[in-house]
Design a protein around this ligand. Sequence first.
Ligand SMILES: [Zn+2]
Length: 244
Amino acid sequence: MFYTLKFKSLLIFALLLTAASTSLSLLGELRGGEEAVSVSAAGSGAVLIIDAGHGGLDGGAVGADGTVESGVNLDIALKLAALAAFCGQESVLTRDSEELHYPDEDASIASKKTADQRRRLELINSVPGGVLISIHQNKYTAPQPSGPQVFYKGSGLSSELAGLMQEKLNTELASGGRRVATPASDSIYLMKNAKCPAVLVECGFLSNPGDLALLSDGGYRTKLAMTMLSAWMESGHHSYGGYI
Ligand SMILES: [Zn+2]
């Protein structure tokens, strides 16, 4: 596989981070309180809010072979959360299952979907230092469009992170893709109403046979998660308290 080497290097990188974190904390403890404080103070306290788009009654887009968007989104989100934890980056998930609990089981499907969106927004806006990464898959009427596309809310960290992610996704996954990060439409409820920095990643097109094959591969989904996380770590706003 073409990404094996890079995956290995990320694992090594993560192990180094863990080792560095442990040794720095130990160093701080050994030397007294001041160093320990400075080690933790180096982190920003940012928390990644990882949103696997759709779920429950809402499967989202469906590929020609029956692949349902919500399941692909969830797998990438869980991989991203696991990798983040491994690198010492705190995160929360807006859902961790394909099954969702709706407060009113007798409500119409539309009301249930609205209730779920409101629940997610409430969670997103309740996390101090939150940064939202919403994960989706694209679909188009024609099969030609392919590749990842990143959207962002407003300016500042949102556009900075989206730019970094798009660049990395283009070079690492879309072999020279030329898409640029784009402001999100106001019609996307979570992006419009989230009060924190927010990006939405359309990882690929379920309507494109090449993308569909890639998105069906667990290794490729790991690589998508790794690429998103490395953009976040590179943005310098991660909660890891070390010196990278
Ligand atoms: Zn979607």
